[in-house]
Ligand binder design. Structure first.
Ligand SMILES: Cc1cc2nc3c(=O)[nH]c(=O)nc-3n(C[C@H](O)[C@H](O)[C@H](O)COP(=O)(O)O)c2cc1C
Length: 418
């Protein structure tokens, strides 16, 4: 599994002034914000997404316990599992197989595959299809993490149009007969001198993808600054299939603003829902024109924390310690902005069992309101890449040479993250 964690967390607001105000309130000076919003269900082949909001896949975050919490707040969205490395699935790596599990309540079992080698990714898709593992397959062409891009994967791959095309082609050829829609998640490009998104979107459409999600940053931009939503508008104008816009949706009003500004068909939310699964209720309400927003008091947040702990214990097959360790980062996100002292936060980080977590929750004042200063504000990682890591000579041409393919597809057990 790719560990994308550990990046710097700051409270700084990286948004450009162009977007909605820091409270996420509609900009009343903007006449467009007064118009009713036309948000329609999105159809991905046989899979319908009545509320066009996607839980963007996040490694180490969007396992089924978190997805279940999000879906409880916002039924009828699309909740995608974290990326599964194709090679790991083909090797039946137990960790990868665990990430492929879904809760019985999940409406759509949505799985994301990551691969560089079209043949291995096809084999992984074949396993998904033959074993009835999922209802939807997303393909990861957006990951900017050096250990992925230096192998030509994630956001580096669309640069090589031959592999990119072949990989999608092979996966669609396996999934389509089984009525499993395939979608692609891309970035703007490697950097602004090497943009790929328009071509990648067209290829994905031609090869049979049912939608494309654009994270409107380049690999070099990593998670820094504000994503450039105008690129989402460009992609939407260029394609016939649905486009989900992704990047910097921190609150329901951002979701509305993105749709208004870009005309995209739906939004994908990543960091904004870390520690805030109720964001999906807010976005659903906003799309329905309902002004109600969920921002729970500390007592309710603790109830969610404990439920999350219980679901994670099930995910880890009764291993409460593993569950509580996994929960720690979520607790930090859940408690962000609340007046909870350093010693209590440390005590949470030392919990080893659900009883420990319950004891710490019981010490908190349940009547404390959700802190306004973190409502709909940026959270999670926010930095630029120090350097983009790519295979040697990657940018020299848009297609791969025989030698490049050999190097890329050599049977290297270090492939990506497993
Ligand atoms: C911790 C973390 C893990 C991520 N893992 C994945 C992943 O497995 N697959 C993927 O396509 N994108 C992954 N992403 C990218 C997000 O899905 C999303 O595109 C990105 O965070 C931008 O959206 P946001 O501004 O709403 O956070 C990850 C992002 C974060 C912060």
């Amino acid at each position: 599994m790719v560990d994308e964690r550990g990046d710097c967390l700051t409270g700084q607001d990286p948004r450009s002034p162009r977007h909605s105000d820091p409270h996420g309130a509609p900009d009343l000076a903007d006449p467009a914000s007064a118009l009713p919003l036309d948000v329609r269900p999105v159809q991905l082949g046989p899979v319908s997404v009545p509320t066009p909001v996607v839980l963007s896949p996040m490694a180490g975050v969007t396992n089924w316990p978190f997805r279940v919490l999000c879906e409880e707040y916002g039924p009828e969205g699309l909740y995608v599992a974290e990326m599964i490395t194709a090679r790991a699935l083909v090797a039946r790596n137990p960790k990868a197989l665990r990430l492929c599990r879904f809760a019985p309540t999940e409406r759509v079992r949505s799985l994301q595959l990551y691969g560089v080698n079209p043949s291995i990714t096809e084999q992984a898709a074949r396993i998904v299809v033959d074993e009835g593992m999922a209802d939807h397959v997303d393909l990861n062409f957006g990951c900017p993490v050096p250990k992925v891009t230096r192998r030509g994967g994630g956001s580096a791959l669309p640069w090589k149009t031959d592999i990119f095309t072949e990989l999608i082609h092979r996966v669609v050829a396996v999934c389509e007969p089984a009525n499993i829609p395939v979608t692609a998640k891309i970035r703007v490009g490697i950097d602004h001198s090497h943009e790929t998104f328009l071509e990648a979107g067209r290829i994905a459409q031609e090869e049979g993808c049912k939608a494309v999600t654009l994270h409107a940053r380049t690999t070099a931009e990593y998670y820094g600054g504000h994503s450039d939503w105008s690129r989402i508008g460009e992609l939407k104008a260029a394609l016939d299939i649905p486009v989900f816009g992704n990047g910097d949706i921190w609150g329901a009003e951002d979701a509305i603003a993105m749709i208004r500004e870009t005309g995209c068909d739906g939004v994908a939310v990543g960091r904004g829902c870390q520690g805030r699964p109720w964001l999906f209720a807010n976005i659903r309400n906003a799309f329905a024109g309902d002004p109600e927003r969920v921002n729970p008091k500390l007592g309710e947040v603790c109830r969610v924390i404990l439920r999350h702990a219980e679901l994670l214990t099930e995910f880890y097959e009764g291993d409460e310690r593993m569950a509580v360790h996994d929960l720690r980062k979520h607790i930090a996100w859940y408690l962000k902005g609340f007046p909870v002292g350093g010693s209590t936060r440390r005590a949470f980080m030392e919990c080893e069992s659900i009883d420990d977590v319950r004891r710490e929750c019981d010490r908190l004042d349940p009547t404390i309101e959700y802190p306004p200063r973190v409502i709909d504000k940026p959270r999670g990682r926010v930095r630029f890449a120090k350097k983009v890591h790519l295979p040697y000579g990657w940018l020299d041409s848009r297609t791969t040479t025989h030698e490049e393919r050999e190097t890329l597809f050599g049977d290297d057990p270090m492939d990506a993250s497993y």
